[in-house]
Design a protein around this ligand. Sequence first.
Ligand SMILES: Cc1cc2nc3c(=O)[nH]c(=O)nc-3n(C[C@H](O)[C@H](O)[C@H](O)COP(=O)(O)OP(=O)(O)OC[C@H]3O[C@@H](n4cnc5c(N)ncnc54)[C@H](O)[C@@H]3O)c2cc1C
Length: 285
Amino acid sequence: MKLPPFEYACPATINEAVALLANHGGEAKLLAGGQSLMPMMAFRIAQPSLLVDLRKLPGLKEIKIGADGVRLGALVRWRDILDDRRLSTAHPLLQEAVSHVAHYQIRNRGTVGGSLAHADPASEMPGIAQTCDAEIAVTGKAGARIIKGADFFKGALTTALEPDEIITEVHLPAWPAARRYGFQEFARRRGDFAMAGAALYYDTDGGKASNAHVGVFGVGDCQRRLAKAEGALNGHTVDEMLAVKVGEAAAAEVEPQEDIHASAVYRRALTGTLTERALKAAAAR
Ligand SMILES: Cc1cc2nc3c(=O)[nH]c(=O)nc-3n(C[C@H](O)[C@H](O)[C@H](O)COP(=O)(O)OP(=O)(O)OC[C@H]3O[C@@H](n4cnc5c(N)ncnc54)[C@H](O)[C@@H]3O)c2cc1C
């Protein structure tokens, strides 16, 4: 389908890009990889009068790894994450999650910032941002600010971003070498959006799980952590029985939606099974 008409700008600085957004009062849209925005425009779900291309903005394509964790520039693509060998130890859960994102061509263009801003409830990256205590750096007319992952997602395709704000970087806290993690999702075909998914990790303290983080995506109107499932995991030795219990807690805690792909009942059961499997995989590492 043909796109609706639009003006195009390709600024060289973040300030210039912010000014373009601010001057168009919500009628302008940023263009990163275009893998969500272009289909939205083709279907007339979005009809911006101006596209502000981010590709020339400096410093947004880097993956920085330091003692405080991983910093992903907003224009880091899925391909860059998968190709970066440092991430296999610096953030293995991120790499595993991204290996499930879309197909080859889309992974060559889709970006971290675009995925977070688009906030599709079935996307992996917002799930990682929620589960892993991410901090999202944004810059707008009022200056720069940090938004916690837990405060960033407000619902399906809705975030805490102001219309003149640009995501510049995502920070994921440091990943201890001994941390256990698991990631599971179910989609009709590999690369399709997940019908449901679970990402989790925990540390161990005297052989028992501590600092449990259990997150789900594709279930309900946005990615979220599951406090009751985390409570069922913390302070316990992880074995098959506990994995079943935590899976049951997760299934009970979600508020699944019904759509053409699956009923709410099915999604609830899927959430339980995927959480159980993710926990078993974590324990087996
Ligand atoms: C067939 C298909 C299958 C897919 N499967 C999956 C999948 O399984 N999992 C998955 O997670 N994704 C999937 N995607 C989506 C893909 O990962 C997209 O790349 C991603 O969601 C958006 O990234 P983008 O860089 O393409 O953003 P764009 O499409 O360029 O932009 C998306 C939105 O974010 C805004 N935006 C972009 N960058 C910024 C920024 N830095 N700051 C603020 N706002 C910004 C744009 O204005 C726009 O509103 C799929 C896409 C397709 C076409």
